[in-house]
Design a protein around this ligand. Structure first.
Ligand code: NAD
Ligand code: TYD
Length: 346
């Protein structure tokens, strides 16, 4: 089994590579990644000497990079994690990088996969393509695709391109739509690692709006096991939702982190809300559970305990990120928001 993993130097991609190398002695993986601000080869440290693993720097939106890769090696599948993935960046810093990587990049991959007869393509998508739920109900694979922020719109566009290529060109493709992940190697701009890092350093914990926005939280290894199953077993053209069905308001997540770290609720700062902030996500993942026999192995408590332990044992990893380019981004993103405290909620 030889897999080209795109975006394997990011959070979920690096966890997926580790998961597959641990599980399958005979798997070979090429990690194809542009190394944007979110790509970090430290996420794969220890694998350099594994003969089954290779890193190759490249951009999925650059047709010659992708062609060079697929012309040189024969792959059984391509799994596309590569993306601009942060909603706040897509709103505040501009959407063109998102369009370039998430939409054009996916189409470049699709074309190359077809041209080089790669037998299988898996597109890693997100529950955010469905938009927001009211107080009742869950997203199923039949829910309308109604993205509300630029990031989600680009992911939805990519899903449609994958669907169109399977209908019009017979591409053997599957799509997974997962809920919010957490776990080791998540870039500390996302809610959970940001709160762990800030609380550890005694800094403010910026909660958007009233903190009652609901997300379904899944431990990253459970997302990886689901992708592995869908890659090997799902019918061509199928879409699978992946979720833990543990859906809670953000403020509860933040308070859990505070409690586990032995800190005080006084660190919580309600700040100006994210524009277009989806109120509630909840996943119906019955299809993958019934068709493929998947279930998550980690309760939220177990996953969170492992995550906090990892961030405590790997302070150097996130301190390096936060002291570098990330610092400028963080100041731009939150400088104004934190001044807005009191302007909003409570
Ligand atoms: P991430 O931001 O941590 O990593 C993205 C990786 O893609 C980085 O290594 C980056 O260098 C690479 N990359 C970006 N542009 C590229 C390009 N043009 N060519 C090659 N590589 C490029 O993201 P993540 O959280 O690991 O998410 C991975 C995928 O899973 C994304 O497609 C995302 O939409 C999806 N997803 C994420 C979540 C979540 O909770 N994080 C949930 C559901 C789905
Ligand atoms: P995030 O980790 O950015 O993931 P996504 O937007 O893909 O769901 O945010 C998760 C939730 O946490 C979302 O409702 C926004 C909220 N949030 C905060 O309240 N404060 C923060 O500093 C961040 C980054 C997110």
């Amino acid at each position: 089994m030889k897999i080209m993993v795109t975006g394997g130097a990011g959070f979920i991609g690096s966890n997926f590579i580790r998961y597959m190398l641990d599980k399958y002695p005979d798997v070979e993986i090429v990690n194809f990644d542009k190394l944007t601000y979110a790509g970090n080869l430290e996420n794969l440290s220890g694998l350099e000497s594994d003969r089954r693993y290779k890193f190759c720097r490249g951009d999925i939106s650059n047709s010659s990079d992708v062609t060079a890769m697929l012309a040189n090696d024969k792959f059984d599948s391509v799994v596309n994690f590569a993306a601009e993935s942060h909603v706040d960046r897509s709103i505040h810093l501009g959407v063109f990088e998102f369009i370039n990587t998430n939409i054009s990049g996916t189409q470049v991959l699709i074309d190359a996969v077809i041209r080089h007869n790669v037998p299988r393509f898996l597109q890693v998508s997100t529950d955010e393509v469905y938009g927001s739920l009211g107080p009742q109900g869950k997203f199923s694979e039949r829910s309308p695709v109604q993205p509300n922020n630029p990031y989600a719109a680009t992911k939805a566009s990519a899903d449609f391109l994958v669907r169109a290529a399977s209908k019009s060109h017979g591409l053997n493709a599957v799509i997974t739509r997962c809920s919010n992940n957490f776990g080791p190697y998540q870039f500390p701009e996302k809610l959970i690692p940001l709160m762990i890092a800030n609380a550890t350093e005694g800094k403010d914990l910026p909660v958007y709006g009233d903190g009652l926005h609901v997300r379904d939280w899944i431990y990253v290894a459970d997302h990886c096991s689901a992708i592995d199953l869908v890659l090997r077993k799902a019918e061509p053209g199928s879409v699978y939702n992946i979720g833990s069905e543990y859906d809670v308001p953000n403020i509860e997540i933040v308070k859990t982190i505070i409690r586990l770290l032995g800190k005080s609720d006084s660190l919580i700062k309600y700040v100006k809300d994210r524009p277009g902030h989806d109120r509630r996500y909840a996943m119906d993942s019955a299809k993958i559970r019934e068709d493929l026999g998947w279930k998550p192995e980690h309760s939220f408590e177990k996953g969170m305990a492992k995550t906090i332990e990892w961030y405590m044992n790997n302070r150097g990893w996130w301190e390096n990120i936060r002291s570098g380019a990330y610092k400028t981004y963080y100041d731009n993103m939150y400088g104004k928001r934190l001044k807005d405290v009191g302007g909003l909620v409570r």
